[in-house]
Design a protein around this ligand. Structure first.
Ligand code: NAD
Length: 334
């Protein structure tokens, strides 16, 4: 029996999931939903050859009011602030949820979603692709085995021409985005670190610059994690090209990769470059892992825990930028 899915939000990222679904024979898309009819019909045509067995809906409310029989789960690939109400509704109605990044745009919403998952017993995971890269799998193992020793510092960097590239879209409308480049590409950077070192942040100090727009474009921040790990991150959203990376140092070694993986340098305690073995792991994508989890064949790569860690950090960063001073974070419920 396949996992019957509805895709909510039929834009660019949903297209990427639809392509990945071709390698997930256990899944079957039975519904598509988008508030823009032309996006809905174009998506249906381009990804599903206008298959008449797939039902089209103009809103998630329409979908839950009259769902296809045996609908099991929803993929939410909508603008950021829409994730929370849609995920709550889907869970309430008994569906499992794969939600695009960022999970939600406030720690209060993360807390409510976590409670809802516990109340309903449904499954939710976040579609952060970095957690599927072999490099991230390798680094997480290295850290959890203690091969880097006691973690000391983390530096992370992302620069893109985001300001001009997404001008005029929902990404620069705070009501839909919840924030600027810190919440867009920044979400990959912050979640990547959260997933790799897997601990709460205790203190932050953030300075940001909107460059005259309603959302943040550039930001610099210092971050302290539990265990005394210190870090800096820089988000540059008005720079041509694309450059990014994460550098993690411990007292027994250091390691660096991209914010989505893709490259790796690991130096041991003597400063020697370690040739890392090719990491073998199932060729999961976020949607492949989600479906495998629903069938009891895998563990979720990015469960709600990382959405909580991420939202706590983001609230702290924005509060610090607003107040112009360092902020101490409360401990998230993980
Ligand atoms: N994991 C990644 O690498 C990655 C890359 C790009 C985007 N994303 C994420 O995917 C999500 C969608 O981004 P995108 O690039 O596909 O945006 P997009 O603008 O291309 O598509 C969003 C779609 O959602 C629809 N929509 C808006 N409000 C809706 C609502 N209330 N109900 C139903 N549909 C609605 C829009 O009409 C549009 O078709 C965001 O969370 C984004 O951060 C992730």
């Amino acid at each position: 029996m396949p996992v019957n899915l509805a895709i909510v939000g039929c834009g660019g990222m949903a297209g990427s999931h639809a392509r990945n679904l071709k390698d997930v024979p256990d899944a079957c898309v039975v519904a598509l939903c988008d508030i823009k009819r032309e996006n809905l019909e174009k998506f249906h045509r381009e990804h599903f050859k206008s298959d008449p067995a797939i039902r089209l809906y103009n809103s998630i409310e329409e979908l839950v009011a009259d769902p296809p029989k045996e609908l099991r789960a929803m993929l939410l690939a909508t603008p950021h602030t829409v994730h929370f109400p849609h995920a709550m509704l889907a869970l309430d109605k008994g569906y499992d949820v794969l939600v695009e990044k960022p999970m939600v745009t406030s720690s209060d919403h993360a807390r409510q979603l976590d409670l809802k998952i516990k109340q309903t017993g449904r499954h939710l995971q976040v579609a952060f692709n970095s957690t599927f890269s072999p490099e991230f799998a390798y680094i997480r193992d290295v850290i959890s085995r203690g091969d880097l020793g006691e973690l000391q510092t983390i530096n992370a960097y992302s620069c893109q021409g985001w300001k001009n590239a997404v001008a005029g879209t929902w990404r620069q409308d705070p009501a839909l985005s919840g924030g600027g480049q810190m919440y867009d590409t920044g979400a990959h950077l912050f979640n990547s670190i959260a997933w790799l070192i897997d601990r709460p942040v205790t203190d932050v100090y953030c300075v940001l610059d909107n460059k005259g727009l309603k959302v943040d474009i550039n930001a610099v921040m210092t971050i302290k994690w539990e265990g005394g790990v210190l870090g800096t991150a820089t988000i540059s959203g008005n720079t041509p090209g694309w450059q990014e990376g994460i550098w993690i140092s411990g007292d027994k070694g250091r390691i660096s990769t991209g914010i989505h993986g893709g490259r790796l340098e690991h130096f041991d305690a003597k400063g020697q470059l370690i040739k890392y073995p090719l990491v073998t792991q199932p060729g999961y994508t976020p949607i492949g892992n989600f479906v495998a989890c629903l069938l009891g064949k895998a563990e979720p790569r990015c469960p709600v825990r990382y959405g909580i860690l991420h939202s706590w950090l983001m609230d702290g960063l924005y509060q610090s930028a607003r107040e112009g001073k360092p902020v101490k974070l409360t401990r998230p419920p993980i």
